[in-house]
Ligand binder design. Sequence first.
Ligand SMILES: Cc1ncc(COP(=O)(O)O)c(C=O)c1O
Length: 387
Amino acid sequence: MKYDFDEIIDRRNTDSVKWAVGENELPMWVADMDFKTAPEILDVLVDRAKHGVFGYSTIKKEWNEAYIGWWSRRYGFEMKADGLIFCTGVVAALSSIVRKLATPNENVLLQTPVYNCFFSSVINNGCRVLENKLIYDGEGYSIDFDDLERKLADPQTSLMILCNPHNPVGKIWDKETLCRIGELCFKHRVTIISDEIHCDITEPGYKYTPFMSASELNRKTGVMLIAPTKTFNLAGIKTSAVYTEDPVLRHKIWRGINTDEVGEANAFATVGAIAAYNKGDEWADEMRAYVFENRKIVEEYIKNNIPQIKAVPGKATYLMWLDISKVGKSREVAAFIRKETGLFLTAGAVYGESGDGFLRLNVACPKELLYDGLQRLKTGIEKFSEK
Ligand SMILES: Cc1ncc(COP(=O)(O)O)c(C=O)c1O
């Protein structure tokens, strides 16, 4: 490997949300990585910092070109330069879109269990969450399409937020599924927002399908939220893009983002994204390989050492979804493991009621930390089971 993902970087005392924990605690919760970003990106950010003047920034055309290049090269999806809108983050864009496109008390459909900020983006804007619960068969997840159609047909439903690939269950939605969702949303005039922030982090050999590339209809009607921040560990520079080809929708979303004042880039936001998408291919591929080795290690370790629980197989994200339903309820088990062993995981209930039999484990860390986490997990589960 050209890049070193084994290096342990001390993130304590860096204002990290994830690492704001006790001395003996090991955080494997928030979705950022314990790796340094790609040196190709770091060099560009350091140069920008050294310039020393941090006035207001424009969004230059190289920013649009960098996104276009990445999606064309890696996913064969040709985007149009004028379809991209800058935003200071995916959640900022999502909340702004909910505010602009749905009025209070209308329904926004979510497929649960799902990323917790989807709930807050809906609820904080006075809308209602309508859940299309994913079906879990003990091995993986699928969509209950009858339930989905019934809920999209409710005239109070104005938006659907798709997570593609899906956090926390690690699922890559296939083309057929994306087409079917697109058709149902169009039939019932529900605007579909596809959050694709985890799209690059897939098992080597597997690719995600951009929602808007799945069919001509999806291309005409869809909205994609994309960013380099998960892939390159850049969440702190606050950068993302909204992509849509419908000019009316685009204008509305652009107005919303501007009204909410989340459309202006800080000094690092566009240069970081441009460097990532123009120079980050090799780093991203090595990172994926490392993360998926980690996923395999966790699967094997759990199978051989912690028979009370099960890692749900997943082909995307560095977030593993652990079935602890035979052990207990997620909040209680997570709190117990943290107290007894210092391992900090996310309780599945955070992602909706149907996540309550699960814990989420972030494996984007050097192997030494991963092994430490696994031992703590084993101890925690054993002690909990003996209670
Ligand atoms: C599905 C999903 N969307 C959005 C985000 C956050 O995006 P941003 O930091 O750009 O607001 C996360 C972070 O975990 C996520 O999992």
